[in-house]
Design a protein. Structure first.
Length: 311
């Protein structure tokens, strides 16, 4: 990829589109480090959080990242992603905080959903808010992009959360000329989205350009799956097919990484970053719309979850 070129007839260097959004994201990360006392970066081991971690490394190089990273662990995550999470964090020398949904269940703060194949995806909100309170985090980096889902397109880069961790899309602050208002009172916090101007295609082009390692499930592989509500779910310890759901083996990959109970695979033969860039460039379905069952509950499913404190 052409990362920049001299300006035509001027002799001046012009930034590429990818360099521009990289610089914007690094500026946002540095602003948070300067303005807030206890920031944290949400890190699942997924591609967006891995790119955020790389941007944080660049923002403070050659120093260490000056804030911890945190994973909200449902205990129903893909094992390949958990292994990658631990290895990645160790390689960059960051401090990892793990907040467990199982601990929230054991403490009686949340209750397991009834019925077969219960998902813990919704339960993450309580665990996240409790962890923010426990560690007194005042800024929380999230990897949301505005091309993912329409509720996320309503977010500001600095997104205000009240003392209950709730989000009101009508009570957000204007952002002019890259000026961000991080003022908040005790108990309130700001969610920060450095990837707001990125798309899924930008993420993959950046992964290719930077040579970034990602969990193996993002690439094509053989897996035992079954079809439910138009999605391919992986057979595993937390997800079992119903009586009329046929299990078969398919060549698949994952576009997004979440809880195994609600994250679907897509049939694909893309085995390299270059293959995936071409595949993403041609698709007309958003990654969450195509592969996340939790977004299919209703038209406003994501917005409803975000209002009460979801990522």
């Amino acid at each position: 990829m052409d990362r920049g070129r001299p300006g035509a007839g001027t002799g001046r260097y012009q930034l590429s589109q990818l360099e521009n959004i990289e610089a914007e994201s690094i500026h946002i990360i540095r602003e948070v480090a300067a303005e807030f006392e206890r920031p944290v970066l949400l890190f699942s081991g997924g591609k967006d959080s891995v790119v955020m971690l790389r941007l944080a490394q660049k923002a403070f190089w050659p120093g260490r990242i000056p804030f911890p990273v945190m994973h909200i662990d449902t205990s129903q995550n893909f094992p390949e992603v958990l292994e990658f999470r631990d290895r990645c964090v160790a390689e960059v020398g960051a401090t990892l905080v793990v907040a467990s949904v199982q601990d929230s269940i054991d403490a009686g703060r949340v209750a397991e959903e009834p019925g077969p194949n219960p998902s813990r995806n919704r339960l993450q909100t309580r665990t996240l808010l409790d962890a923010i309170t426990e560690h007194r985090f005042d800024a929380v980096f999230g990897g949301a992009r505005r091309d993912e889902e329409k509720a996320r397109a309503k977010e500001r880069v600095f997104s205000f959360r009240d003392e209950f961790g709730q989000w009101d899309p009508k009570n957000q602050r204007p952002e002019l000329w890259s000026l961000f208002n991080g003022r908040h009172r005790a108990g309130e916090h700001i969610r920060v989205f450095p990837l707001s101007d990125w798309t899924e295609l930008d993420i993959w082009q950046y992964v290719a350009d930077e040579g970034i390692d990602l969990p193996s499930i993002y690439y094509s592989h053989r897996r035992r799956v079954f079809r439910r509500d138009g999605m391919l779910l992986s057979v595993g310890p937390h997800v079992a097919p119903g009586g009329d759901e046929e299990v078969f083996e398919a060549t698949v990959r994952y576009r997004t990484v979440g809880d195994m109970t609600c994250t679907g695979a897509v049939e694909s033969v893309a085995v390299s970053v270059e293959d995936i860039v071409a595949e993403v460039a041609a698709t007309r379905l958003t990654e969450r719309g195509a592969t996340r069952a939790d977004d299919r509950v209703s038209e406003a499913a994501m917005e409803d979850r975000k209002r009460v404190g979801y990522f």
